[in-house]
Design a protein around this ligand. Structure first.
Ligand code: CTP
Length: 423
């Protein structure tokens, strides 16, 4: 439908980027579900057609009213979102007007000007993402491969289109890693040299989040970090980022040493076990563990600049203080009930973060608390107290707490014990 509408107006329409890459790779897979389709409109002659992408998206929306339309005027792009069934997820269709994004200074937001499809593809990150298929006649169905993308798909290489790619957009280093690990590709040696050069050139000294939060860069970097840290392949991806020295983009002192590598895996294992339904954001906690390697003032700076959520900022800010509190208070405990009362005020993410940074003994105590002791209950409930004739009120809490402590310390284990205990 979109192709017909474009053709009516004398425009060309192309499917570009990740969808083409994944379609071409799909021979290797049994099943391909495209959830994100990028279309580009091109071939117009009037400057008024510069908003062609938006016009096409609006026409589509009129004909498919269950799609939600959003327009990003600044970049002449529009997106349509279809909510499909819960199993298949949703479908995004982005429609852009063919354009060249030129970068007036490194890592600035791309500015837009109308231009041909070749230039549109040339501004993209990797050859495998710079392929297009024409959807309008003439030569409908033709694959446009100006930069050797097919060859790289076959030889499984991540290759940039030009030497300045990473200088223009440092987040592409994270993307190179993401695609390499996800697709099982290699980063082409020349491309790796460009990554090394970009990192060594000091561009990150100026762009690094710790000093100079460039909002557009920060948002993109955070999106890539999230993408990587929430994926099933986060471990090899993080290793590769560290091997490329790319964690420097986050902070100059961030090094994935053996201890940090162990910590981040330990936290992930804890989360898998303690939060199997993924109610917490596991990627965020992995990121927090990375950040906790830095000293407290740097942690907060990075967290603020990355615009992490409020609870994350709070956790990182209070971590040292909570660590100290827990350590000192646990030292004073002689009974199990005391240990439980020391740990109970803290939430699961805080306890996991503290445990991974503590001694073996504290870690074991927190683990026992989280997996066993926190689940122990008193043999009587508030209702039982009511039946037993206790007048409802704030004293219920005191009584139930006393009962729980006695249970934890092995003084009572049944309702009968509890009733005797209360007399
Ligand atoms: N792109 C780019 N540089 C970036 C981000 C994106 O050149 N820093 C280009 C790539 O050509 C990419 C397209 O924009 O194919 C769309 O970006 P995105 O949706 O993030 O990537 P996909 O290739 O669709 O990847 P995925 O399948 O992971 O969504």
């Amino acid at each position: 439908f979109a192709a017909k509408e474009a053709e009516k107006r004398g425009w060309h329409l192309y499917i570009v980027g990740g969808a083409v890459r994944d379609l071409l790779l799909s021979e290797e897979q049994e099943f391909l579900l495209l959830q994100d389709i990028d279309l580009v409109v091109d071939g117009f002659h009037r400057s008024a057609d510069v908003g062609a992408g938006v016009e096409l998206a609006s026409t589509l929306q009129e004909n498919f009213p269950n799609a939600r339309l959003s327009i990003h005027g600044e970049f002449q792009t529009a997106a349509l979102l279809w909510h499909k069934d819960p199993q298949l997820g949703s479908l995004w269709v982005d429609i852009a007007t063919s354009r060249t994004e030129f970068y007036p200074y490194p890592a600035a937001n791309p500015e837009v000007e109308a231009s041909s499809i070749r230039q549109d593809l040339y501004r993209r990150d990797f050859t495998i993402n710079a392929l297009a298929v024409r959807l309008t006649p003439p030569r409908k169905g033709e694959l446009l491969d100006f930069f050797g993308g097919m060859l790289d798909l076959r030889s499984r290489q991540i290759r940039v289109l030009h030497a300045n790619s990473f200088i223009e957009d440092p987040t592409r280093i994270y993307r190179a890693v993401r695609f390499a690990v996800r697709l099982g590709f290699e980063i082409d040696p020349q491309t790796e040299t460009y990554i090394n050069y970009a990192i060594e050139s000091g561009i990150y000294e100026r762009l690094r989040i710790e000093n100079h939060p460039a909002p557009a860069l920060t948002t993109r970097l955070k999106a890539e970090l999230k993408y990587i840290l929430e994926s099933y392949y986060w471990k090899p991806a993080l290793k590769l980022l560290a091997d490329l020295d790319a964690l420097k983009c986050l902070h100059s002192q961030l090094i994935l040493d053996d201890i940090l590598w162990w910590q981040i895996r330990y936290v992930s294992r804890c989360l898998r076990y303690l939060d199997p339904e993924n109610q917490l954001e596991h990627w965020l906690l992995r990121l927090e563990v990375l950040i906790t390697q830095l000293d407290p003032t740097e942690r907060s700076k990075i967290a603020v600049n990355l615009q992490l959520p409020k609870e994350s900022l709070e956790r990182l800010k209070k971590l040292s203080q909570i660590e100290l509190e827990i350590k000192q208070n646990l030292l004073k405990c002689t009974q199990l009930s005391e240990i439980v009362n020391v740990l109970r005020p803290y939430r699961l993410p805080n306890l996991i973060l503290v445990s991974v940074r503590s001694s073996c003994e504290i870690r074991r105590t927190i683990w026992e608390y989280l997996t066993k002791w926190s689940k122990i209950q008193a043999p009587l409930t508030g209702n039982d107290l009511k039946v037993m004739g206790y007048k409802p009120g704030p004293q219920y809490k005191t009584i139930l707490d006393r009962l729980l402590n006695a249970t934890l310390d092995g003084e009572i284990s049944s309702r009968d014990d509890a009733e005797v205990f209360l007399k």
